[in-house]
Design a protein around this ligand. Structure first.
Ligand code: FE
Length: 249
């Protein structure tokens, strides 16, 4: 299998490219609209065809490239069935493996950051979305977030995976790329070690994070599988599609 970890710097998002050499099919997990031309070029450069985009959840900090990639190269859109988005071609559910050529992802419902959040397990790796970050986790104060649910998702589902499973998060803000289940179980300051659910709830309640700059545009846009709003203020223009070639030529 071909594997690439791609980075979108404005929202510090990781996009994961999985390629099946036998069928030439590729999957992108959490592609970002701002970097879609770069990511499609990478798929092409590797000699692959994009079969599916897959999102872990309805993002609040960037716009998914799912819909624009479908328009550009005919890829299908997979996303958690839980969110019931009309624009999705394939709704993913726990217990139903998602197969693209030789690539097999096991969807795991991991609510808490959002209620419809999913992680995806792939032999030896887990794409944890915003449920589990390196030494951290996604916030739980928007989008039906629920600290108790997140505690259970991480401790009962993600931490039940083999310790050597590599953890690939949806974001990192400090230049870290990968962790492991064993390392997060031991070291994660919010969710690791002996932390109790009440301790976790009080940590999450006292974070005092600012209101997300892009959420009011991102969530409605992502409920449509990735539509940039027409009324985007200039200071947020970087969140939308960056054309490699200008339409004027
Ligand atoms: Fe998120």
């Amino acid at each position: 299998m071909i594997f690439r970890q791609l980075f979108e710097p404005l929202s510090s998002t990781y996009t994961y490219l999985l390629g099946d050499e036998d069928t030439g099919q590729a999957v992108l997990i959490d592609p970002v609209i701002a970097t879609m031309d770069r990511d499609l070029a990478e798929v092409r450069r590797l000699g692959l065809t994009l079969a599916f985009t897959v999102d872990t959840h309805i993002h609040a900090d960037h716009i998914t490239a799912a819909l624009e990639m479908k328009r550009a190269v005919g890829s299908k859109i997979a996303a958690p069935a839980h969110d019931r988005l009309a624009c999705v071609d394939l709704g993913l559910e726990e217990g139903r493996p998602f197969k693209v050529g030789g690539i097999v992802l096991q969807p795991l419902h991991t609510p808490g950051h959002t209620d419809g959040h999913f992680a995806y397990v792939l032999a030896g790796r887990v794409f944890t979305g915003d449920a589990l970050l390196i030494d951290g986790c996604g916030r739980t104060d928007f989008q039906n977030g629920d600290a108790e649910a997140l505690y259970k998702s991480v401790r009962e589902k993600l931490f039940a995976l083999p310790g050597e499973t590599l953890v690939y998060p949806a974001h990192d803000y400090q230049g870290r790329f990968v962790s492991s289940i064993a390392q997060e179980k031991m070291r994660n300051p919010r969710l690791g070690g002996e932390t109790t659910v009440d301790e976790f709830k009080s940590i999450m309640a006292s974070l005092n994070l600012p209101y997300p700059a892009f959420i009011d545009y991102a969530v409605p846009g992502n409920r449509l599988c990735g539509v940039c709003p027409p009324d985007l203020p200039d200071k947020l223009a970087g969140y939308c599609r960056q054309m490699t070639h200008s339409p004027q030529g």
